[in-house]
Design a protein around this ligand. Structure first.
Ligand SMILES: [Zn+2]
Length: 225
């Protein structure tokens, strides 16, 4: 079955050096001046009712040159908007993560388990607490309808930290990752790793899985207190 196909081969755990690079990359993104500017601008926009911020967002002039760039920057703003209430926890979370010897497949497996658990015991109260975030994610999901592939243009740390596992977007994102991890599917691959080895070590795909693992399993930044 698909699990043995994924996990059948012996894989090497993520190397310490790679781990550290991904960790500082994520941290640098969250701490950059540009990100912090977007966060403060975004929190102003999203404090308004949805109908109003939706209009503002549509008319917003961003720095992107072509259609895709503009679209990506607006998505980034929306994802950061989902993060603002958890900002400190996310930064603390990334900083506190220490090395663990674990393979990409093991991380992916943990994420699938999380998805299954969430499907079974979806906490309505948790969603209610995050109605603002839910609205933002709904808007984002509609935007992404025909351009889902553009979600991959955003930093792996941002998508992982911003999308909660109760959102349908999480399942869809994980589904895209699964397509890339499975060697037998004729999907366009997002990395240039050896197809026959079926191993992703320090590529973008491995980084995306690692980011999801770190934010959802390792430091539990998504849990509401
Ligand atoms: Zn790869």
């Amino acid at each position: 079955d698909k699990d043995t196909a994924l996990l059948g081969r012996r894989q090497q755990p993520v190397e310490l050096l790679t781990w550290n690079i991904w960790q500082s990359k994520g941290l640098s993104y969250f701490m950059s001046k540009r990100t912090l500017r977007l966060v403060s601008g975004g929190s102003l926009i999203f404090s308004a009712p949805k109908a109003q911020w939706g209009q503002v967002l549509r008319r917003l002039r961003v720095s992107g040159v072509n259609d895709d760039d503009i679209f990506i920057e607006k998505m980034e703003l929306l994802l950061l908007g989902c993060l603002t209430s958890r900002w400190t926890r996310v930064i603390e979370g990334v900083m506190s993560v220490s090395y663990k010897s674990i393979t990409v497949s093991e991380q992916y497996e943990e994420l699938c388990k999380l998805l299954l658990q969430r499907c079974k015991s979806l906490k309505q109260s948790e969603i209610a607490l995050n109605s603002k975030v839910e609205e933002t994610l709904e808007y984002l999901t509609e935007m992404l309808e025909s351009r889902f592939h553009l979600l991959w243009k955003l930093p792996p740390a941002l998508t992982a930290a911003a999308i909660p596992s109760w959102s349908p977007l999480f399942g869809r994102y994980l589904g895209e990752i699964e397509k890339q991890l499975k060697p037998d599917l004729s999907t366009t691959r997002c990395c240039s790793c050896d197809k026959d080895l079926n191993e992703h070590k320090d590529c973008e795909l491995a980084e995306r899985v690692w980011c999801l693992y770190v934010f959802h399993i390792f430091c539990r930044c998504h849990q509401t207190i």
